[in-house]
Design a protein around this ligand. Structure first.
Ligand code: PMP
Length: 443
């Protein structure tokens, strides 16, 4: 664990907390954004003198930059075992990728169905709503995706389902979905499958499988900033034909062949989907992060993070007043995050206490997965409408901890000790932090 920790920049940064004390920051909010790998920072610094425009110019540095950038597509494909005919489009992040795909797949036929699920991040829900008939696969009482309900919905829509769009791993419960079983089902009914890999790809080996496999993943996206590579890159992977057929949402230089004022000759994908000067440094950061994670072995990373989350879940479940929004079953497939609430205390107070008392950064609120958290909390439409219309700042939500490769058991122990103390002295802490009233609405 100390080797993993040594690879990440700023893992031992000192930060101020209450009473003017300084402590080593503990970051348990890796599901939002991870700190950079040292290898990423080094590569960016080393490459900077060679940096030039991508796909624009015959200059030596421009050619070198373009080669590096395009080679990045192969690195991405290998990392997730994409089919050799897939194209990799570099984007800004997962949200942009999903919006681009939704535009690429949309037609005038609004009767076509996209099956999303009750456990999606809003990025994998909102872009589909206005372009398709959308329906949501239900979750079970423990918050797992219901495969029975998926099969039922696929049958009910009788061939109208164009796409099943589902997260690889939930950013609220950490559950990993049985993606290949879902793919098999979707394909059986003539639908394609898109996987939101934002919380999945950085934490577990991913295999998109070849086109001739019934378990093939048709489309996949993920974000570099959640896998130790800042600077704003993401990817969208899928079959070339999808991108060949549709008109891209972003249009401009770099996406076209010859243009007149009457006609456009579109370039072939992925260039067609990358109008404007590409984010070379973002892509370089992503490629370097992938190379480092591959060298460490993503399977080993998964096993290490699994130990962390099992330990945290075990500890949380012994603290009186804590409700866990996840099963404790060690056989369940999951990534290294979990959400909880503490009875009698608002989620934003818990987050503030952890930050102010011990420099522990967690996330609280609805985590941009509003319908999922609303269902986990059994909120009625009437209650939701109350919070929407009354501007009531006590909006419900959860507290989430999420680990990266550099976190360790000692940090979790400190977190559990503090939380046990808070649970035991709830009134004292609730009074001390009574000023905390303004949770993050998106979370
Ligand atoms: N999907 C999931 C499951 C996520 O956790 C996130 C990030 N919170 C996103 C999509 C959106 O990612 P980004 O902000 O990088 O676009």
């Amino acid at each position: 664990s100390s080797y993993f920790r040594s690879l990440v920049a700023g893992a031992d940064t000192k930060i101020p907390i209450a009473n003017g004390k300084y402590v080593t920051a503990i970051n348990f909010d890796n599901a939002a954004t991870t700190p950079p790998l040292c290898s990423v920072l080094k590569e960016i610094a080393c490459f900077a003198p060679w940096y030039a425009s991508v796909h624009r110019g015959k200059g030596y540095k421009s050619i070198l930059t373009s080669e590096r950038y395009d080679h990045g597509r192969e690195v991405v494909k290998q990392f997730v075992k994409a089919d050799k005919h897939d194209v990799v489009v570099f984007t800004k992040n997962t949200t942009e990728s999903i919006n681009m795909l939704a535009y690429a797949l949309a037609t005038d036929d609004k009767q076509q169905v996209v099956l999303s699920t009750d456990m999606e991040h809003l990025a994998n829900d909102l872009p589909w709503r206005d372009k398709f008939t959308i329906d949501y696969v239900a979750i079970t009482s423990s918050g797992r995706l219901s495969l029975e309900n998926l099969a039922l919905k696929l049958q009910t829509y009788e061939g109208r389902v164009k796409l099943v769009t589902v997260t690889g791993a939930s950013n609220v419960t950490g559950y990993i979905n049985p993606i290949h079983t879902i793919a098999r089902l979707a394909h059986k009914y003539g639908a394609k499958i898109f996987v939101d890999g934002a919380q999945w790809v950085p934490h577990t080996p991913v295999d998109m499988k070849p086109y001739d496999s019934p378990e093939h993943i048709d489309y996949l996206t993920f974000s570099a900033h959640k896998m130790y590579a800042p600077f704003g890159a993401g990817v969208l992977i899928g079959a070339k034909e999808t991108f060949e057929q549709a008109i891209p949402v972003y249009q401009g230089g770099g996406a076209v062949g010859l243009v007149s004022q009457q006609t456009i000759e579109w370039d072939s994908p992925p260039a067609k989907y990358e109008a404007g000067t590409p984010n070379m440094m973002g892509v370089l950061a992503l490629i370097t992060a992938i190379e480092t994670l591959s060298r460490l072995n993503i399977g080993d990373i998964h096993n290490y993070e699994r130990k962390l989350i099992d330990y945290a879940i075990g500890g949380l479940s012994t603290i009186p007043g804590i409700t866990l929004y996840s099963t404790r079953d060690r056989d369940e497939e999951r990534v290294s995050l979990v959400s909880f609430s503490l009875e009698g205390m608002h989620h934003s107070q818990v987050a503030e206490i952890l930050s102010q008392e011990a420099g522990i950064a967690v996330r609280n609120g609805l985590f941009c997965a509003h319908p999922y958290v609303e269902k986990l909390l059994n909120l009625s439409e009437k209650e939701i409408s109350h919070y929407q219309t009354q501007n009531d700042k006590t909006i419900p939500g959860l507290v989430r901890i999420s680990f990266g490769i550099y976190n360790n058991l000692r940090e979790i122990e400190g977190f559990l000790d503090l939380l046990s103390h808070v649970a035991k002295h709830r009134q004292y802490y609730a009074r001390k932090y009574s000023y905390v009233l303004a949770p993050d609405r998106c979370g």
